[in-house]
Write a new protein. Structure first.
Length: 153
């Protein structure tokens, strides 16, 4: 069991690093970020924004599939309502780290995961740990709405 968790953690780090490298070190990553900023301006320099969006969808689907497989390997189960437990925490992690910042999202996930697990392991109540996560979200939105590692616009 421990070997599986370590393997999933290492594979998750590799996938995150690949996504970061794709977005920051490749021409396609530059185009993806440019479409997010202003697709008309990208079209003016001769790049088809529709093709960039298509490739973004394909790549996102591949990363989501890999994440799903890693989740199944980690939990060793599949349920129809798994997203009910995961989706709110995913949202909080992205806001905590900073929207559009992969490294920030990773560190936000580590921070939230440690706090969530500490509260859950000490109290034994998942609802209390989830409430604490939402309190962190509210405090983050009030104090620093761009996230811990996001840039002010």
């Amino acid at each position: 069991m421990e070997k599986t968790r370590i393997l999933v953690a290492l594979l998750s780090l590799a996938v995150m690093a690949a996504a970061h490298m794709l977005l920051t070190r490749t021409r396609l990553g530059l185009y993806i970020r440019a479409v997010a900023q202003d697709s008309r301006a990208l079209a003016l320099v001769g790049v088809d924004p529709v093709k960039v969006k298509l490739w973004t969808t394909i790549i996102s689907t591949v990363f989501a599939t890999v994440a799903g497989v890693l989740y199944i390997i980690y939990t060793k189960s599949v349920t129809l309502d798994a997203e009910i437990d995961i989706a709110p925490l995913d949202f909080i992690v992205v806001v905590l780290g900073g929207l559009g910042n992969i490294i920030g999202t990773f560190l936000g996930g580590i921070i939230l995961g440690v706090i969530y697990q500490l509260i859950f392991s000490t109290t034994g109540q998942q609802a209390l740990a989830l409430a604490a996560a939402f309190i962190i979200l509210i405090v983050m939105l009030v104090v620093r709405p761009q996230g811990l590692f996001g840039e002010k616009t």
